[in-house]
Design a protein around this ligand. Structure first.
Ligand code: GCB
Length: 525
């Protein structure tokens, strides 16, 4: 549980740090607790941290493992750390982790994609070699977030459409503090006339003799968000979001943090003229968010609640608490997404989302909240609690294949129904088509590059009509890049709705999108 602040220690200026990234000993653990008896040749018992473990080895046992894996390594604590408090922080472990230091349970956490930290001073020996063991469990059940279920203890089922990557997928850091240290900072900003107003809680801490004990440097931006029934504004100016849904996903490392990949992605985001994206369908690495802050990209920051039913309230609220405590000071985060495609048509979802959104509002009222919905407005129970209404619609893909004429009316009708039902701004968070790069067909045929382009162009026509109505506030295509999914006959090597390939090269559609996003920029920015 996170019962303390989750400030990223990389930005602290008086704390010593030791990275535990690198190569760890690795083994699969069988259900009875014994190590799984796989052939020595079956996998290498070494794992890179950070990375998802699934796609590193040549073994299906590793890729498809369900349950616990063990990571181990040793580390030296300098003798000079003997007088300090010592902390251990994980950027994320998917899905749950038990962390043992010198054989004793020191920390535990569940819910992937979110950082956790704990004090380990009493567990380590300063000036000596220490052992760390992390037991990582990737099992998803009916009350984990996201949900899944396990069939006969060997097969993990889940409904969400991305591979259930697991492991220590973000950096691991040891660091020190004094007895008194900065636990948390909250910065809030506003604009009054032409002045920026900054309110903050704490910056430097000194002891009684005036010695600086802790210093934290926080990057922030001065801006004020506001919204009403027709618009979403930054510093009083209406914003139109143009971007994508994305994934943390790439060859070999899965969801493992990869700085070159992150820079490549931002370079493509700039190239294409987007101003925003949604962290579908979970919180992204802090390194990714830091760059969004400094590059001025707007983020819809999503919880890990994807395709959920209404029976995991406690974990859903916990994920929101942890997400907001991590990202509350980020200027890039302009909206929270409480869930992706939850079952908001069920009657029980009314009380459920009343409580989820009320909880979120106790933590932050400075940003609007949305849900990426695929339940139509007539059945939906969640819109009454939201500030901005978002919907996903896959015309000419999951329905009416080959028929683009349906797009205009269906998108227009659903957007209008959302707006008139709740009197709130509306945006589209997903539309798109799977496309095999290099497959061409004239006239366009499903899966061809021409098909994706035509589907996009037809969507652009209706988005422009909607923009003229004055309450349509954004468009995000699904997806930025192709990504891996579970094995499924509908998915040829994964989900191919990217406008970039998984290797981050453009499909023909990326060039079309570039023309649109830059012309929107010229018109609106
Ligand atoms: C959706 C989901 C997304 C899928 C996408 C698709 O509605 O939100 O996770 O990947 O559709 O391509 O089916």
């Amino acid at each position: 549980k996170v019962d303390c602040g989750i400030l990223d220690p990389r930005h602290a200026k008086r704390r010593e740090q030791i990275s535990l990234d690198g190569l760890w000993k690795f083994s699969l653990i069988d259900y009875d607790g014994a190590k799984k008896s796989v052939q020595a040749s079956d996998y290498i018992d070494i794992m890179a941290v950070p990375s998802s473990y699934n796609d590193i080895s040549a073994s299906e046992n590793v890729r498809d493992h369900v349950g616990v894996v063990q990571y181990q390594r040793s580390f030296v604590i300098p003798s000079t750390w003997g007088s300090k408090r010592i902390w251990l922080r994980f950027g994320s472990v998917c899905y749950s982790a038990g962390v043992y230091i010198n054989g004793e349970l020191a920390l535990s956490h569940e819910i992937g994609h979110l950082p956790f930290v704990g004090e380990i001073t009493s567990f380590v020996k300063a000036g000596d070699v220490n052992q760390i063991e992390v037991l990582v469990n990737n099992t998803l059940t009916n009350d984990t977030i996201p949900q899944g279920d396990v069939e006969i203890l060997t097969k993990q089922n889940y409904n969400f459409d991305f591979f259930n990557y697991a492991g220590i997928d973000r950096p691991v850091l040891l660091y020190t503090t004094e007895d008194t240290y900065i636990n948390d900072i909250t910065v809030q900003t506003a604009i009054k006339d032409t002045s920026g107003i900054i309110s903050y809680d704490v910056v430097d801490i000194f002891d009684t003799d005036g010695n600086l004990l802790d210093r934290y440097e926080l990057q922030f931006g001065v801006r004020e968000l506001s919204w009403d029934s027709t618009s979403f504004k930054i510093n009083g100016k209406p914003v139109y979001l143009r971007g994508f849904g994305r994934h943390e996903d790439s060859d070999i490392r899965g969801k493992g943090l990869d700085l070159p990949l992150i820079l490549r992605d931002y370079s493509l985001i700039k190239w294409i003229g987007a101003n925003s994206y949604r962290t579908s369908h979970y919180p992204y690495a802090e390194e990714i968010m830091d760059l969004a802050d400094s590059l001025g990209i707007m983020i819809i920051d999503e919880t890990p609640a994807v395709d959920t039913g209404a029976d995991l309230l406690r974990n859903h609220k916990q994920s929101i608490t942890e997400l907001i405590s991590r990202d509350k000071n980020r200027p890039s985060v302009v909206m929270w997404s409480a869930a992706n495609e939850p079952s908001t048509g069920d009657e029980a979802s009314e009380d459920y989302y009343r409580e989820v959104i009320a909880h979120l509002k106790t933590l932050d009222t400075t940003r609007p909240v949305t849900i990426a919905n695929n339940v139509g407005p007539s059945a939906d129970h969640s819109g009454q609690f939201l500030d901005i209404l978002s919907f996903n619609q896959y015309n000419s893909w999951y329905n009416n294949e080959g028929d683009f004429d349906v797009i205009f009316t269906k998108v227009l009708t659903e957007a209008e129904e959302w707006h008139y039902k709740y009197n709130k701004p509306v945006m589209i968070t997903e539309y798109g088509a799977d496309t095999l790069e290099g497959y061409h067909s004239l006239p366009s045929f499903i899966w061809s590059e021409e098909y994706q382009n035509e589907l996009m162009s037809r969507n652009f026509e209706v988005f422009d009509r909607l923009r003229a109505k004055g309450w349509f506030v954004g468009e995000m295509i699904w997806n930025f890049a192709d990504f891996k999914t579970r094995q499924d006959f509908k998915r040829v090597g994964g989900n191919k709705k990217g406008i970039f390939t998984r290797q981050r090269q453009p499909k023909q559609s990326a060039h079309l999108m570039r023309r649109r996003y830059w012309s929107l920029a010229a018109e609106l920015d």
